[in-house]
Design a protein around this ligand. Structure first.
Ligand code: GLN
Length: 364
């Protein structure tokens, strides 16, 4: 059954393009960077991934909401997206384990959305023109008026967002006696911690701006740099931490934003992509083993492939088979490696979970 609320809503893109549809979730106005995710399933995990903080997500899967929501399918305590764009939205759900409807969930967390729009047309538009800001509203339907609100939305390029989604106080997870791992939280997904704890790590999760000296007091055996939102180019504090970890010779693993920070710590630049990779079926080749992996991805920045080629410190371990972008790095003479994609998946295929085992082998 389709959603029955008939309140009008509008989606205004930065280049002036307007799409009109119906309001879902929270009745209100919110702007952000518009992006699209091509995953066929896992909407609740996507919405709660802190890496999406500041972004309006278009789900290319046409039918969203039909299996409701479930509290333990979240990647953080609340949805982090700023808005959602859906073709056919269902507030009626059918799954015996579900604990509520997507409509109630979005509304409770003040996330506005728009449905009954041609998501395929919107995606084709931004795929050609490149990523841009946008605003959703069910209260300001006049375009000239809404434009004023859109003008206030900051550009994702140059934005530091990790401090806003990171924990405020450090905390520990996993068993005492396990490998002590200092986890820098730049917006970590809970399933990454689950994968680490399942393999016997005793993790201490630190706020993004914690200094290396501070983490060293706990005497961790290894370090992990998490995923997270925003532009790595303006995260000097985190790049400095990465440099100190590398200097200490302790093993280090980074995922997504963590990968970009490790690249920057080695003098490799990052750049904003025309459109990011967001979906569950990005093909990646492991250059070392020659094997292919189907991966879960969510990133709008990438590391500079020419810089990697010229580097004497790092080498590429993985490449994206769609566009040849760098998907993995390792340092030549250190126990340091990283991937741009999400081996924890959630949602997505499990092809790449071997990387967590690789991290353990590297430490031992
Ligand atoms: N998932 C992530 O960690 C995203 C990293 C970074 N914010 C990007 O968009 O590229």
């Amino acid at each position: 059954m389709k959603y029955t609320n008939k309140t009008d809503a509008v989606l205004l893109l930065e280049d002036g393009t307007v799409f009109r549809g119906k309001s879902i979730g929270h009745h209100g106005t919110r702007g952000g960077e518009i992006c699209f995710n091509t995953g066929m399933t896992g909407y609740q995990e996507l919405y709660t991934d802190p890496s999406y903080y500041g972004q309006i997500m278009i789900n290319t899967n046409a039918h969203i909401g039909n299996y409701g929501t479930l509290i333990n399918e979240t990647e953080s305590d609340s949805p982090k997206i700023f808005g959602v764009v859906i073709n056919s939205f269902s507030d009626n759900f059918s799954r015996f384990t579900a604990d509520g409807s997507l409509q109630d969930y979005l509304s409770k967390h003040h996330i506005p959305g728009i449905c009954d729009v041609d998501t395929r047309a919107i995606v084709r538009h931004i795929r050609d023109k490149g990523t841009m800001n946008a605003i959703i509203s069910s209260e300001v339907l006049d375009i000239a008026e809404l434009q004023k609100h859109l003008d206030e939305v900051p550009s994702m390029e140059g934005l530091e967002l990790s401090s806003q989604v990171s924990v405020k106080e450090s905390y520990e997870v996993g068993e005492q006696g396990g490998i002590k791992l200092a986890v820098m939280d730049y917006g970590i997904k809970s399933s990454i911690l689950k994968q680490l704890v399942n393999r016997g790590f005793h993790c201490k999760v630190y706020p993004a701006r914690t200094t290396f000296e501070e983490t060293e007091k706990w005497e961790p055996k290894a370090y992990f740099l998490s995923n997270g939102p925003g532009d790595p180019a303006v995260m000097e504090y985190a790049v400095d931490t990465a440099k100190e970890i590398i200097k200490s010779d302790k093993p280090l693993f980074g995922i997504c934003l963590g990968h970009q920070l490790i690249a920057r710590a080695n003098g490799v630049g990052t750049y904003k992509m025309h459109n990011g990779h967001r979906g569950l079926n990005q093909p990646v080749k492991n250059i070392i083993t020659g094997k292919g992996e189907i991966t879960s991805q969510n990133h709008g920045f990438s590391v500079n492939a020419d810089d990697v080629k010229k580097s004497t410190l790092v080498e590429a371990t993985h490449i994206n088979l769609n566009d040849d972008t760098v998907e993995g790095l390792k340092m030549r003479d250190k126990k340091v490696f990283s991937v741009q994609y999400h081996p924890e998946s959630s949602p997505g295929p499990h092809d790449s979970r071997y990387l967590f085992d690789q991290f353990i082998s590297l430490i031992n």
